[in-house]
Each structure stands twice: as structure tokens, then as C-alpha cells.
Design a protein around this ligand. Structure first.
Ligand SMILES: [Fe+2]
Length: 360
């Protein structure tokens, strides 16, 4: 695995500001407890990606999809970008600008426009080899998958500021232990200058100690208790203990995983290669309650998204995510996929719907 140690960038101040919209939910959105996962014992030698994940808090699972298949999914995303009819053409760099594209935030996350349930998104989630990674991790075939975003970071965007650092953990600081393994399927070549995921290598191991030290710090807005945003003081505490940021490189078809306690963020491309990934996070269905599964069914039927927690802890809040064009909601955002998915039997299980028990 090619990695590069990088120095931390200035913290993205915008990310710490509350959104300028009115929502019904009063942050932080409190969600229910999550179980500790009884996997990834570092004293065990697995002989595969689990050794890296347990030791470093992240890993790259190589060649999960064939390169050609991953690149085909990337072409599907470019088809999708062109299908809006705004002028984007994959071979014309002059069209890499907002007027020609759906609205994409500088972090590259696409949570609107139905992308969560688009055909290519479900295609990637449902790939047997992708499911097999999580089946091996959790030693079960009974899995549910997040209805999360895709990342479409186009290189050479002149009209977007570079993405500042937004180091965070995606787990409630009051709930220690391994509770979730996040991931994405990487679709394009991703080297040191191509933007993408940065992780604080090994940072998962010190998470509980860290939060004992910083429990009483003043905190800014968080939309849910299941995220923690680091400040300069906390980052210095980690740096003083020798923890270093690493840019994670990957090839098309690789799956990148990380322990949700591992501090991380993503960076914008610096050169000419786009970054396309589909976020895929799976957990055993046993981590979800029946009410979680019923909510997940409702979200699936309404083609609504939720965060990386597969048990639908945090449905997307549309008021936060509505893409704005010229100060108004983009009429091209219908929250529906442009090409609805055709789910395989194994893909459908990932919705959690088959695991809902009949009412007595
Ligand atoms: Fe994150």
C-alpha cells in the first residue's frame, strides 16, 4: 500500500458553523445506543485486511472489484452527470463548472439528486465481492448496508474553494469501543495528489483516552451526537503522542475501510484525476432493532438516504442538504434516482426489509 505522511491542513471553519437554515430537529440529534462489535482482535493473526484494520484503524482491501468493472461504474457516474442536460461533457474541461453540473459541495459529497438510490450506487453496494468483504469482517451473511452518499470530486474545479481539513470521528465520543467500520469502493486511480481520504493512523486506539481528556471542551454545532469534530488543541494532543496523518491511496476496485473512531477527513483533488467513490458501510443485521428496520424500509420505499450507520440512525435532513442554485432550491433535485435500481436478492437483503418480523 502506497501511503504518504502529510502535515495537517488548516481546519475548515465553515464545517464548524451551523447551517443557515431552520430545521425541526434540535441538534444534536440524539440517536440510540449502538452495540460494540466483537471482531478485530489485534492478538489474532487473520492473514488478511483485518490485521491492518485492527492495527492501523484503516485498511485498503485490494482488487475487490475488477479494475474494468470499477471504471465502468465511474463512466456510469459521468453518464449521470451528463444526463442532467446542463452542459457537462466528460471530454470538455470547460464544462467542469457549476452551471453545467448538479450542485456538488467542495467536499464532493452528493447526498441529494437521488444519488443514494441511483442504479450505479446500488450496483456497487450489491456487488457480491463487496458484500463478501463485510461478511468476512463480521463472520455473517446477514448484513444491512447504509443508504449513504457518493463522492463526486471533479478535478480542476476552478469555481470551488479547496476543501479545508475537517478532521472528525463518526462516532459518539461518549460511546467508546469498536462500533462501526465505514468504507467506500474506490472507482478511479487515487494517488497522493488526487484528493481523497486522510486518516490519523492508529488514532482509533487512543480514542477513549482522548475523550476522557477533552470531555468538557466547548463544542460547536453538530447535527448529531454521532460525530465529533476535532479542534486545534485536540489535534496537537494527538500529534504530541506521535500520531500522524496518512493519505490513503487506492486503485479502481479497491475497498477502503476504517474504524469509525479513527480521525479522518477527505481532501480535494490537486491534479487532473477525478475522485469517484461510493460509500459503503455494512453491519450485521443483529445490530438493528425491529424499529430500525421498519424505518429503513420506509426510507428505502421513499428513496430517502441516511448516514453511514447501516441501521438508519440518522436519516438525511433535506433542509440541510437541499442543493441551492442561484439562491433557490435546484429544481433538478427531485430526491429521486434518475435510473432506479434493480436489486438482486442479495442486494435486497441489504435493505434490511427481509429481516422485518411479522407483527404477532
Ligand atoms: Fe466521516
Amino acid at each position: 500500500m502506497a501511503t504518504a505522511t502529510v502535515t495537517s491542513a488548516p481546519i475548515d471553519k465553515e464545517w464548524n458553523e451551523p447551517p443557515k437554515v431552520t430545521v425541526q430537529a434540535v441538534p444534536p440529534v440524539q440517536v440510540h445506543d449502538t452495540p460494540i462489535l466483537n471482531v478485530l482482535d489485534e492478538s489474532v493473526h487473520y492473514g488478511d485486511f483485518r490485521d491492518d484494520l485492527a492495527r492501523d484503524g484503516y485498511c485498503v482491501v485490494k482488487n475487490v472489484l475488477e479494475k474494468e468493472k470499477a471504471l465502468k461504474y465511474a463512466e456510469d457516474i459521468k453518464d449521470w452527470l451528463e444526463s442532467f442536460g446542463l452542459g457537462y461533457k466528460r471530454d470538455d474541461p470547460s464544462t467542469i463548472r457549476e452551471e453545467c453540473l448538479p450542485i456538488i459541495h467542495q467536499k464532493g459529497l452528493v447526498q441529494a439528486y437521488g444519488a443514494t438510490h441511483e442504479s450505479f450506487t446500488w450496483g456497487v453496494r450489491s456487488e457480491p465481492a463487496v458484500i463478501d468483504v463485510f461478511a468476512k469482517l463480521y463472520d455473517t451473511e446477514d448484513l444491512i448496508c447504509s443508504f449513504d452518499a457518493v463522492n463526486v470530486s471533479l478535478a480542476n474545479r476552478q469555481d470551488l474553494p479547496a476543501n479545508g481539513a475537517w478532521p472528525h470521528q463518526d462516532q459518539d465520543p461518549e460511546r467508546g469501543g469498536l462500533r462501526c467500520v465505514q468504507g467506500f469502493v474506490n472507482l478511479l486511480p487515487n494517488g497522493p495528489e488526487d484528493g481523497g481520504l486522510l486518516v490519523l493512523k492508529g488514532g482509533h486506539k487512543v480514542s477513549e483516552e482522548y475523550h476522557n481528556v477533552f470531555r468538557n471542551e466547548e463544542r460547536g454545532f453538530r447535527w448529531t451526537n454521532e460525530i465529533y469534530l476535532f479542534k486545534e488543541t485536540g489535534l496537537k494532543w494527538l500529534a504530541d503522542r506521535g500520531y500522524e496523518w496518512v493519505k490513503v491511496d487506492a486503485e479502481p476496485g479497491d475497498v477502503v475501510l476504517w474504524d469509525s473512531r479513527t480521525p479522518h477527513y477527505n481532501a480535494s483533488p490537486k491534479q487532473n484525476t477525478d475522485r469517484f467513490v461510493v460509500y459503503v458501510c455494512m453491519l450485521p443485521v443483529s445490530t438493528a432493532t425491529q424499529d430500525d428496520l421498519k424505518l429503513k424500509k420506509k426510507l428505502f420505499e421513499e428513496q430517502h438516504g441516511h448516514s453511514h450507520w447501516p441501521m438508519a440512525l440518522q436519516p438525511f435532513i433535506k433542509e440541510y442538504l437541499t442543493p441551492m442554485r442561484n439562491g433557490k432550491p435546484d429544481p433538478l433535485n427531485t430526491w429521486k434516482p434518475r435510473q432506479p435500481p434493480q436489486l438482486s436478492e442479495r442486494g435486497y437483503k441489504l435493505t434490511g426489509i427481509p429481516y422485518i418480523k411479522a407483527e404477532a
